[in-house]
Structure formats: C-alpha cells, structure tokens
Design a protein around this ligand. Structure first.
Ligand code: PBG
Length: 313
C-alpha cells in the first residue's frame, strides 16, 4: 500500500511536529506515512498576526489540500486552528499535549523578574502582551513576527532584551537551551490549545479508511482543549485575541481557568471552574458545557467588551 500523505507547513516547527505524529501513527498502527510540504499564507505574509484578516492563516492551504485530495491528513498546532468547524473536515485526533507554558528567552540568562525597567520584550501575541503588562507594566513590549528562530535571533543580535515564545514550540525546534524563565499558568495563562496538536482529515474518510488515525487521540487532552476552545468561541474571539485558557484533567476532574486581559494589562476578567467527569457522561460534552458556563460568567463581568475593544483598538 502507498504511504499515507501527511501535509505540513515547511517550517522546522511544523515538519518536526508532523514527523513526531507520523512516527506515532506508524508505531501504533503499522501504517507508513510520508510528509508532503505545503506553503501557507501565514508563512509568507509580512503583516502582523493581529492585522491579518481573521484566523486560520496557518491552516487554510492545508485545508484546501485536504479538500482537493492532495493529502490524506494534516497536523496543525491546535492553537492555530479556528474554533469554527470547517465544512467537510473533522479533527480525528488530538495528540497528548506537550508543555503548555510560555517561556522567556532573555539576554544574559535573565529571569522575567530580573529584567531592568524599560527592557524590550518581543512578542506578537496580544494575549502575552496583556498578561505580561499586568505583571510588569514597566517593560516595553514590541510586536514581532517570524518563526521561532527569527524571533530568537533578535535577542542574540541585541535588537531586543528578550522574547516570549511557547515552550512546546521551542522544544520542537531544538532551542530549549535559549529558555531563561518559564511562566506558570498562574502568571500567564497559555493560549487555548497551546502545546497540543490536531490531526485533521475529510469527515467522510474519518469513519472509513482513515479510522486508524484515532490511535493517536488522547482523551484527556481532547477534553481539556475542548473546554479551552469553547471559552474562546463563546467570547467570539480568535487566536489573536487577549484570551488565555488552560484546562487540566486530574483524578476524574476537569479544572478550567481562563483570563481576558485588556491590551495594557489594566483591566482583566479571570475565572476558574471545575467539574467531575462522571462515569456515564461524555467527557468532551462535559468539557464543552464547562467552557460555555465559564465564558458566560466572564461575559457577565465584561469579558466580551474587553475582547471587542482589543479587536477594534
Ligand atoms: N502562532 C504560532 C505558533 N503556533 C504554535 C506555536 C507553538 C507550539 C504550540 O503551541 O503547540 C507557535 C509559536 C509560539 O507561539 O511561540
């Protein structure tokens, strides 16, 4: 049988995570998988992420390839995947999450708390800027773009004092040696889905010839990211919104925390809520209703206005 075709973006991060999923699929099912490189708009555009029209810039070309049959399945960073379901496609597996935290890579091995007032910190993420500004309003946050290696280069060259990136992404590009500090979820809540990967394919093939892909699905991760992404969807926010959400499955309980923080860090709505995952409830359904309830509480406290102001301003 011909190997299955896994479509991936060309960056080191994308090819590394795709190869990891390919290897896991082959190990668990015996099915051979080959990588097929696809160029995405999000990789070539020079615009800032916040200025791009809508979400999904990193996934649209892969989705076109899925729909046209050029590839059999795709692996996406879940945090780049829009919450709206894509017509004709389904997420057949969510792999076990890697470290979900954000990391600081600073000059001279500095920790976040050691950065001098006025130090320049690069990040293209409104979620990170808002939460970091709430902790250290005395630092200067600079919007940056580009892949992880490009961003790290701005610290090595002295252009910036530090950058903040996802720990999982740094691990995938082999740059954990650059990490000088790691933010716990209590300080900076990760993006919904951060550190988790989604395997997407044609819906009509999911229960048929591609059913073997469920071998790499991880139930607790799927429940957790469902809760996180439901908060994002209910707030009508996208991946560029200042929304953090993180859920953990522990001892039959699912604990969800979320934060919406104004861009300058001044105003914030933070909530958490847990549920027991009962024997006879579907954990994904329960996770979705947990996310809906938490989002409603947050909207009651003005979270939707912070999201709308951040998008308009
Ligand atoms: N938006 C780009 C992107 N998409 C996924 C990751 C990191 C890996 C992950 O969260 O799975 C990154 C880079 C970053 O945020 O530093």
């Amino acid at each position: 049988m011909a190997p299955a075709r896994l479509g991936t973006r060309r960056s080191t991060m994308a090819t590394t995570q795709s190869q990891q999923v390919a290897d896991a699929i082959t190990a668990r099912t015996g099915v051979a998988v080959e990588l097929k490189l696809i160029t995405s708009y999000g990789d070539i555009t020079r615009a800032h992420l916040t200025q791009l029209g809508g979400t999904g810039v990193f996934v649209n070309n892969l989705r076109d390839e899925l729909l046209s049959g050029g590839i059999d399945f795709a692996v996406h960073s879940l945090k780049d995947l829009p919450t709206a379901p894509a017509e004709g496609l389904t997420v057949i597996a969510v792999t076990e999450r890697d470290d979900p935290r954000d990391a600081l890579c600073a000059r001279d091995g500095r920790k976040f708390s050691d950065l001098p007032a006025g130090a320049t910190v690069g990040t293209g993420s409104p979620r990170r800027v808002a939460q970091l500004a709430a902790l250290r309003p005395d630092l200067s946050y600079v919007p940056i773009r580009g892949n992880a290696e490009t961003r790290l280069g701005k610290v090595t060259s002295g252009e910036l004092d530090a950058v903040v990136l996802a720990y999982a992404g740094l691990a995938r590009v082999g740059r954990l040696d650059d990490v000088t500090d790691v933010f716990e979820a209590e300080q900076v809540l990760p993006a919904p889905g951060q550190g988790a990967l989604a395997v997407e394919c044609l819906a009509e093939r999911a229960a048929a010839d591609l059913a073997y892909l469920t071998a790499v699905d991880h139930g607790p991760t799927r429940a957790a990211v469902t809760a996180e992404r439901t908060v994002l969807a209910e707030l009508e926010a996208g991946c560029a919104a200042p929304v953090g959400a993180y859920a953990e499955c522990h001892d039959g309980r699912l604990l969800l925390r979320a934060a919406v923080v104004a861009p300058d860090g001044g105003q914030a709505v933070r909530r958490e809520r847990g549920i027991a995952l009962g024997q006879d409830t579907d954990p994904v359904e329960a996770a979705a209703s947990l996310g809906r309830e938490l989002a409603r509480e947050m909207i009651g406290e003005g979270a939707d206005r912070i999201v709308a102001d951040a998008a308009g301003g």
